[in-house]
Design a protein around this ligand. Sequence first.
Ligand code: SAH
Length: 362
Amino acid sequence: MSPTPLEHRIKALIRLDGPLRIADYMAIVLGDPEHGYYMAREVIGASGDFVTAPEVSQMFGELVGLWAVDTWMRIGRPDPFLLVELGPGRGTLMADALRAARIRTDFLSAARLHLVETSPRLRARQKETLRAAPIAPEWLDRVEDLPEGPAIVVANEFFDALPIAQYVRTGGEWRERVVGLSDAGDLAFGLGLAVLPPPAVPPAARSAPEGSILEIGAAADAVMETVAARLVRSGGALLAIDYGTTRTAVGDSVQAVRAHAPVDPLARPGEADLTAHVDFEALGRAARRVGAAVHAPLEQGDFLLKLGLAERAGRLGADKDLATRERITGEVARLVAPEEMGTLFKVMAVTAPGVVPAPWSA
Ligand code: SAH
């Protein structure tokens, strides 16, 4: 097989400038304007490389939509307010959320829909999915570009797509992990010269053994700080759903997935999804730094059941045939079962101080 266009480019970059930081490797593989993973391929869905919760079941987006309506009422029904999704993929979650939100027409008429999305291909896809939606979206590249005002922000499998840096415990220090070239000219992991300054080492990693890998999601932390700061300034809430850990832990979580199966993250760059587990403790720290309230991560299964997933499934299947009811039961299982998405995925909310969203309010 001939090398991918990105493999050529990355090798040329390394020959010219030396090894790449893992964060830079991820940023190129995912975001290169021409050949980046999210730019060039149909990535999400049964025919793509991975399936996300909104693609598993319409009930996921519907419950998120009802959560948004409920949160909007808790923050005093601001009109207008920004309804924001970060990394909307195919637009499925938002389409389902807006359909469920029709129960409150005042919510819909107050909402100004903003989608933060870098991929032109996925933007086109979102436009198509949301063609019949009750409100029209506006697209932005970055959270920094969102207009001021109270905001309800949702992000499903967004933070995991942002580049992370990796450091390897070596001789008592944390040396940055890089992608360079092997003697045979293949892409290979190695150790760079940069050292993580000791104050930046999270407490959980301080006594890690030699050879341990520590991940720092600086890009995710920066997005969180920006969003949390605006929530503190103007009011609102963020719901972040992703796979990851409640507490910072050492370990290499970078994974590449193609056609629903794991592949080598350095093989055929641009053709496989590349993600890292989200460190919710670090995201929470970033939000607290700017004065926001953090509502501790719940497991996705727990969150969805508390929001009424079982009841919704019952209603959806009530007048349906057996095959449809079985399909709905299967969808519930995929979303909540511990061996599926139920426990690996976590849900965390960040709000302006004084706001407590469901289901944290119990
Ligand atoms: N939320 C969707 C898609 C998840 S895939 C779902 O659940 O199905 C990640 C999404 O984030 C894609 O839409 C991708 O194009 C987008 N994305 C990745 N990096 C981004 C960045 N830096 N800024 C904005 N969007 C980004």
